[in-house]
Design a binder for this molecule. Structure first.
Ligand code: ADP
Length: 374
């Protein structure tokens, strides 16, 4: 087997889908997986099972690889600095990753760049929150995901769980938004940047449910602004790989940045089937400083619907049912056991007609989720 070119830390579905792109490019990935049977360990032959917070485990995994990338943003930054000092390129690096790890650092850095964000303040007490004003959204500054660690606070009692969490907290204005958008770019260490079409992401209970590419009826000026903002943030923060900028489109027609992710992102899964170069391929190309591929759409519309754990627990059995009902849909299952609300796969449909693509993607996803159509 040729030596590994890239180490990937974290064995979730994002690393699994990186492998799909790596196969085509002939790139040998080496994985650090949390357990032997996690999503990416099922498909990346060269994997080590261990704890990503343990420096010696990280050293073992990256020993023969010049470059390291990530399935998630939780590797301790001090470990990344050590790996860099020992000659490995971490992409993205610890200085950039900080802004995907800590929401208060992200808010102050972006505000310093003049990037529009919701009004926010770090809060240490109920008095701070009262002074900030309600309604508000209270978030843990670190460690939140899929809406966990986010509380909408209309009355002070709504903040009890937030204060009980014992975590650092940030208060934000409750943004009156028309919809949520996402702007993805890929950036290589030599500075090449490509921007994907801006998409609409629809959430249910804080979890991304479906994504429409491109965002329907998006004002061309906002579209250009969103792409330019994502390109500028990637460049100013020195991000390498994929940067996802989650945005609110406010009811009065402004864009505000919600948060940043520095890895392939759920709002970019449609690109596997719907774009000229998938976000996973461009992530690999970017972190290895290879030329990036074109990020335009291959079809007028693409719709991605997540398969969240529901009534169906045997996805293998349901595959035949879904494909029989909707042959023209691309299925991506992550090899994960079904648990309520857990992301276990996604489907993508594309074509010239948005309603038709929406119907096909939703129909197939419901067959995998609940075994019925809605
Ligand atoms: P996570 O890190 O869990 O993804 P986010 O900060 O993205 O947390 O928040 C999750 C969801 O909560 C967002 O997608 C959005 O729907 C809602 N939300 C977050 N911040 C605000 C805000 N300031 N105003 C209104 N809604 C918000």
């Amino acid at each position: 087997m040729p030596p590994p070119q890239l180490a990937v830390i974290g064995g979730g579905q994002l690393a699994r889908m990186m492998q799909q792109a790596a196969v085509g490019l002939g790139i040998h990935l080496r994985l650090l997986a949390e357990a032997p049977d996690v999503s990416a360990a099922q498909v990346i032959v060269d994997h080590v099972v261990g704890d990503y917070t343990d420096l010696d485990t990280l050293r073992t995994v990256v020993a023969a690889t010049p470059v390291v990338t990530f399935d998630h943003e939780h590797v301790p930054p001090e470990h990344l600095r050590t790996l860099e000092a020992e000659g490995h390129a971490c992409r993205p690096g610890p200085d950039a990753l900080l802004y995907a790890q800590d929401k208060s650092d992200m808010r102050s850095r972006l505000s310093g760049l003049g990037v529009p964000c919701p009004r926010s303040a770090v809060i240490a007490s109920r008095a701070d929150l009262e002074e900030f004003g309600l309604p508000a959204v209270v978030k843990t500054t670190r460690g939140g995901y899929d809406g966990k660690g986010v509380w909408v606070v209309r009355a002070m009692a709504d903040a009890d769980a937030a204060f009980d969490s014992g975590r650092g907290l940030l208060a934000e204005e409750l943004v009156d938004f028309r919809r949520e958008l996402s702007a993805l770019v890929a950036r290589s260490p030599s500075g090449q940047v490509v921007a994907y079409p801006v998409v609409e992401s629809r959430q249910a209970d804080g979890v991304c449910a479906e994504v429409i590419a491109p965002a329907p009826d998006l004002d061309p000026a906002l579209d250009a602004q969103a792409r330019a903002m994502a390109e500028r943030i990637a460049t100013e923060l020195g991000v390498t790989g994929i940067l996802a900028v989650e945005l609110f489109e406010t009811t009065d027609g402004r864009l505000l940045v919600n948060e940043l992710a520095m890895r392939p992102h759920n709002t970019g899964h449609w690109t596997i089937d719907g774009a000229h170069t998938s976000q996973f391929e461009n992530h690999l190309r970017a972190v290895l400083d290879l030329p990036l591929g074109p990020a335009g759409a291959r079809s007028p519309w693409a719709v991605m619907v997540n398969i969240l754990g529901g009534a169906v627990d045997d996805l293998d059995a349901q595959r035949a049912v879904a494909l029989a009902a909707v042959p023209d849909v691309r299925v991506h299952l992550y090899g994960k056991a079904v648990k309520a609300g857990r992301k276990v796969g996604h489907v993508t449909a594309y074509g010239p007609d948005l309603d038709d693509a929406l119907f096909r993607a939703r129909h197939a996803a419901h067959l995998f989720t609940d075994g019925v159509t809605s």
